[in-house]
Structure formats: C-alpha cells, structure tokens
Design a binder for this molecule. Structure first.
Ligand SMILES: [Zn+2]
Length: 152
C-alpha cells in the first residue's frame, strides 16, 4: 500500500471515529438529562399522588360535614341533620377540619370540647336556667328538678 494512502486512510478513519464519538457523546449527555427528567417526573407523580390523597381527605371531610347542620341557637354546635349522634365542636370543624365529638358537660345540654377547653350550651339549657332563675327570683314556684331550695 502507498504509505500516503495509508496515512490518508488512517486520517479518514480517525475523522470518522471522532465524528462518531462526537455524535455519541451528546447522546450520553442526553441520556443523563433524560434520566434527570425521569427522576423529576417520578417526583412530580409522587407529589400528585400526595395531593390527590389530601384532596380525597378534604373531599371526604366536606362530604361528612355536609351531613351535619350548624345549630346556631345552640352555640353553633354541629349535629346530624336528623338530630341524632354526638354534637361536634364548631371550632374543630371550621378551623381544624376535624370531627371531635363533644363530651357531656356539667349538666344536661352542656357540651365540652377537650381540645379547645370550651363549653357549649344548647338554647334549651339556657332557657331552663333562665326560667329557674326567674322562678327563684319570684320566690318560689314548682321546681321540676325537685331539688330543695334554700328556703325549705
Ligand atoms: Zn374543639
């Protein structure tokens, strides 16, 4: 073989090799970028799943809350629309999105939220107390409770 031809062929081969290498290395870069994009996509998918779960919880909460009604006369406590089940704390429901059944307070119609350390009273209890006070102030009358007064 003509040495010149050999050199030329070698140069051509090197040139081709370099060309191929240049072609390949951007692909390697692309491959890396693709991996990074895939990672970001996976992270975004996980975030969407998290948000979806939060949304489901919120939707479930709103659905349950819609079954309740706010008893504005009874210190805005919440209860099932048919008047059954426990009373719920309006602060817990509206501020914290939580269903915390109130526990019984000191008397019938008094309800206590152990989270907010607050009592809630029904209109009926306030009326009963007012009537009792009026009866007491008017100096007697019948007490349904049957508790002896200070005068007896
Ligand atoms: Zn509460």
């Amino acid at each position: 073989m003509d040495p010149v031809t050999g050199i030329v062929e070698k140069k051509v081969a090197e040139g081709a090799f370099n060309w191929v290498r240049k072609r390949l290395s951007p692909n390697a870069e692309l491959q890396k970028e693709l991996e990074a994009v895939k990672d970001r996509l996976e992270a975004a998918k996980r975030r969407i799943q998290e948000l979806q779960a939060q949304f489901d919880v919120k939707k479930d909460f709103e659905r349950r809350k819609a079954e309740l009604q706010c008893l504005s006369d009874d210190d805005s406590m919440y209860r099932q629309k048919d008047g059954t089940g426990p009373y719920y704390c309006p602060l817990c429901l509206n501020a914290d999105n939580k269903f915390i059944p109130l526990t019984h307070g000191t008397s019938d119609g008094s309800h206590y939220c152990s989270l907010h350390k607050q009592y809630f009273e029904t209109l009926e209890l306030r009326n009963r107390r007012r009537n009792n006070n009026q009866q007491r102030n008017s100096g007697g009358g019948h007490f349904r409770r049957g508790r002896p007064g200070p005068w007896s």
